[in-house]
Ligand binder design. Structure first.
Ligand code: SF4
Length: 222
């Protein structure tokens, strides 16, 4: 469904809908967050047939069923959802607990390695509350996104939460899920507990890079 709708969108990736990629706008349509009229390009006569096709696809879709299987590359686990950026952001958000004593603030660009992950991340701080910072990833070393800002090396951080728009199965607050952050450079499945769901957006806490196998229930135990 996501691919089909994306292929019917103009493909300009112009950002006028508030999403930098047509694919992200397509996901927001599937999740019911946005209306088709938010894309001004689709109003052009040349895209009238595409607009009609997208409307039909959205009417037909069944959000609770028929999801693609999302599989991690590193360990081949299956994920319940893939986590994508919030509107106007570059990646889904991560809430971090840095172990350093540097005084950080919103807007700072930091370099860090999540505890348990071998890859150094570059991210922009969106918010800070007490010792916790919330960031959006800009890449492993994406100079274009860093501009003239100095990168502050904060060392290892514990990743406590993720937040973003999601694609996949219907979620329930309180359940433990496996998920794939769309920006994850290892395409590794993470696990965590769903603490908040709102209109296609989810917050997941108690993040773990280890994914524990589910024990089988042996009904013949005596
Ligand atoms: S406004 Fe339309 S063409 Fe531009 S990025 Fe959004 S969906 Fe794509």
């Amino acid at each position: 469904m996501l691919k089909k709708i994306t292929s019917l969108l103009p493909g300009f990736n112009c950002g006028n809908c508030g999403y930098s990629q047509c694919e992200d706008f397509a996901l927001s349509l599937i999740n019911g967050e946005e209306e088709l009229c938010t894309c001004p390009v689709l109003k052009r006569q040349a895209f009238a047939a595409n607009k009609t096709s997208i409307e039909k696809l959205i009417q037909k879709q069944n959000r609770d069923n028929n999801h693609n299987i999302i599989t991690g590359v590193i360990d081949n686990y299956k994920a319940d959802i893939v986590l994508k950026p919030l509107k106007n952001e570059k990646s889904c958000r991560e809430t971090l607990l840095p172990f350093c004593t540097i005084d950080l603030k919103a807007g700072d660009i930091i370099k860090y390695r999540p505890l348990g992950c071998p890859i150094t991340h570059i991210a922009k701080i969106i918010d800070r509350q007490y010792s916790l910072i919330t960031v959006a990833i800009t890449g492993p070393d994406n100079d274009r996104n860093i501009g003239n800002n100095a990168v502050i090396d904060v060392g290892i951080c514990m990743v406590l939460a993720f937040q973003g728009r999601y694609e996949g199965k219907t979620l329930k607050v309180g359940e433990t899920i496996r998920f794939l952050p769309h920006h994850c450079m290892m395409q590794k499945i993470h696990s965590g507990v769903v603490v908040q769901i709102e209109k296609g957006k989810v917050r997941i806490e108690i993040i773990d890079l280890k994914v524990w196998g589910m024990p089988k229930i042996n009904s013949t135990n005596t």
